[in-house]
Design a protein around this ligand. Structure first.
Ligand code: FAD
Ligand code: PYC
Length: 417
C-alpha cells in the first residue's frame, strides 16, 4: 500500500497547515449554546466571527443543513459595490465595503478582493437619467461614483463595443472605482476559520427542523436532524430557507424566492479589466482570476427554491454579452448554475429583531447580498449581542412592512433583477 493517502497528498499539495487552506475544527454539537446561528453562508459565518471578536460571545454554534458555504455564497457572481440610491442603503452597503477593504488582512485569508471598478452601462435616455440620479445620490452620501462618456467607458473597458450601429448603443456609463469582486467561497472559508479559531462551533449536515419556544414564547433552542440543541438566542441567516424557518416560529414574512442563474466561459488570458453591468440588455460580466468570464442573467419570472434554471434565459444573456462585447462571440461556455434568491417587496433586506424574544432575522438579500457579507454579519452580531439594532440596520426592520416605510431599491441591482 502506498505510504500517502490521496487526501493527505491533496492536503500537502494545497499547503495544509500553512494557514490559508480550508481548515477549521469539526466539533460535535453541545446540548446548549448562548447563540445559535442557522445557516453557514457568508453572512452566518461572519456573524459568528464578529460575535466572538467584537462582543466576546464564543459559546456559539453555526448550524448548516448542507456544507459550509454551499448556498448562495458559493453561487454568486461576486460583484461588490455600494452605489445604492437611498441613504439607508448607501450607509448599509458602504459599511460593508469599508469592512471588505481591510478584511483579507484582518482574518489573514486571501479573499482576492479586487477593486477593479464596476461600470453601469446606459443604452437609453432613461438609463442615463436613472444612473445619473444614482451618481448624484451616491456623491451626496460620500460614495465614489462618476459619469463616463462612451469613449471614457471604452478606455476603462477596452472590449466594450461603443459603435453607434450596435443594437443597443452605449450612450454613457456610471463607474464606482472602489467596486469590484472577491473570491466567494474564500469568504466563507476565511470567516469559518477565523470564527472557529475563536471557539465557535460550525456544524455541517445539521438541518434545523423546528424552533423551540418556552412558556413565555421566548426562544429556547432548535430541533435539528442531529437532535435538540438549546440556546438563549437564535439568529436566522438562511437565505432561501428563511420563510420555512420563520413559519416554524409561527411567523410569516414577506419573502418570495426566485432562481437566479450564472455561467462561466472557458478560461482565457486576462482580457476584461473590470465589472460591466447592463440593466437594459440584462447581462453583466467580469473575469475571474482563473481566467473564466463570469456572466450573470436576470431572475427567472416564477417562484422557485430550485438551484437550477432553464437554458433559454442564459441564451438571452449570452446574446446580450456578445452584442456589447463582440470579442467574446467565439468563446465557449464552461459551466452554468443557479441559486434560489430570497426577495422582499422593496428589494431591501430584513436585518433585526423579530416579535419572538430571542429570535433574530437576517434575510431578503435577494440578488445582492454577497457584497454585504461582512457588513451583514457585523450588524447581525451587534443586534444579537445588544438585543437591539445598530443604527445602520434599524431602518431594515421587519416592521417596515407594517408601517409602510419601505426602502425601495428596485433599481439597485444594476441588472434586471
Ligand atoms: P447562503 O450562502 O445561501 O447561506 C444560507 C445557508 O443557510 C445555506 O448554506 C443553507 O444551506 C442554510 N440553510 C437553509 N435552511 C437551513 C436550515 N433549515 N437548517 C440549517 N441550514 C439551513 N450578490 C452580490 O452582492 N453580488 C453578486 O454579484 C451576486 N450574484 C449572484 C448571482 C447568483 C447566480 C446568485 C444565486 C446570487 C447572487 N448574489 C449576488 C446574491 C448573494 O449570493 C446572496 O445574497 C448571498 O450570498 C447571501 O448570503 P447568505 O450567507 O445569506 O446565504
Ligand atoms: O448586486 O451587484 C449586484 C449583483 C450583480 C449580480 C447580481 N447581483
Amino acid at each position: 500500500m502506498s505510504h500517502f493517502s490521496f487526501p493527505s497528498l491533496l492536503a500537502k499539495a494545497m499547503g495544509a497547515n500553512k494557514g490559508w487552506t480550508r481548515q477549521w475544527a469539526k466539533p460535535q454539537p453541545k446540548s446548549r449554546y448562548d447563540v445559535i446561528i442557522v445557516g453557514a453562508g457568508g453572512h452566518g459565518l461572519a456573524c459568528a466571527y464578529y460575535l466572538a471578536k467584537e462582543h466576546g460571545i464564543t459559546n456559539v454554534a453555526v448550524l448548516e443543513k448542507g456544507w459550509l458555504g454551499g448556498g448562495n455564497t458559493a453561487r454568486n457572481t461576486t460583484v461588490i459595490r455600494s452605489n445604492y440610491l437611498y441613504d439607508e442603503s448607501a450607509r448599509l452597503y458602504e459599511h460593508a465595503l469599508g469592512l471588505w477593504e481591510g478584511l483579507s488582512r484582518e482574518i489573514n485569508y486571501n479573499l482576492m478582493f479586487s477593486q477593479r471598478g464596476v461600470l453601469g452601462l446606459a443604452h437609453t435616455v432613461h438609463d442615463v437619467q436613472i444612473l445619473k440620479r444614482h451618481i448624484h445620490a451616491n456623491r451626496l452620501n460620500g460614495i465614489d461614483s462618476e459619469w463616463l462618456t462612451p469613449e471614457q467607458a471604452k478606455a476603462f473597458c477596452p472590449p466594450l463595443n461603443i459603435s453607434a450601429c450596435a443594437r443597443y448603443p452605449i450612450v454613457g456609463a456610471s463607474l464606482q472605482r472602489r467596486g469590484g469582486v472577491a473570491r466567494h467561497d474564500g469568504v466563507a472559508w476565511g470567516f469559518a476559520r477565523a470564527a472557529s479559531a475563536r471557539g465557535v462551533h460550525i456544524i455541517e449536515n445539521c438541518a434545523v427542523t423546528a424552533i423551540n419556544r418556552g412558556a413565555g414564547g421566548e426562544v429556547t433552542g432548535v430541533e435539528t436532524t442531529r437532535g435538540t440543541i438549546g440556546a438563549q438566542k437564535v439568529a436566522l441567516s438562511a437565505a432561501a430557507g428563511t420563510s420555512g424557518l420563520m413559519e416554524m416560529a409561527g411567523l410569516k414574512i414577506p419573502i418570495e424566492c426566485f432562481t437566479l442563474q450564472a455561467l462561466v466561459s472557458e478560461p482565457v488570458a486576462p482580457v476584461f479589466p473590470c465589472v460591466a453591468m447592463s440593466n437594459t440588455v440584462h447581462a453583466y460580466i467580469s473575469q475571474s482570476d482563473k481566467g473564466e468570464l463570469v456572466i450573470g442573467a436576470g431572475t427567472e419570472q416564477y417562484f422557485s427554491y430550485s438551484q437550477r434554471g432553464p437554458l433559454h434565459s442564459l441564451e438571452h444573456t449570452i446574446a446580450a454579452v456578445c452584442e456589447m462585447f463582440p470579442l467574446f462571440t467565439r468563446l465557449r461556455m464552461l459551466r452554468n448554475w443557479g441559486g434560489s434568491v430570497d426577495v422582499t417587496p422593496d428589494r431591501s433586506p430584513i436585518l433585526g429583531l423579530t416579535p419572538v424574544p430571542g429570535l433574530y432575522l437576517n434575510a431578503g438579500w435577494g440578488t445582492g447580498g454577497f457584497k454585504a457579507t461582512p457588513g451583514a454579519g457585523h450588524l447581525l452580531a451587534f443586534t444579537v449581542a445588544q438585543n437591539r439594532p445598530h443604527t445602520i440596520n434599524a431602518p431594515f426592520s421587519l416592521k417596515r412592512f407594517q408601517t409602510g416605510r419601505l426602502i425601495d431599491e428596485a433599481a439597485a441591482a444594476a441588472v434586471a433583477h
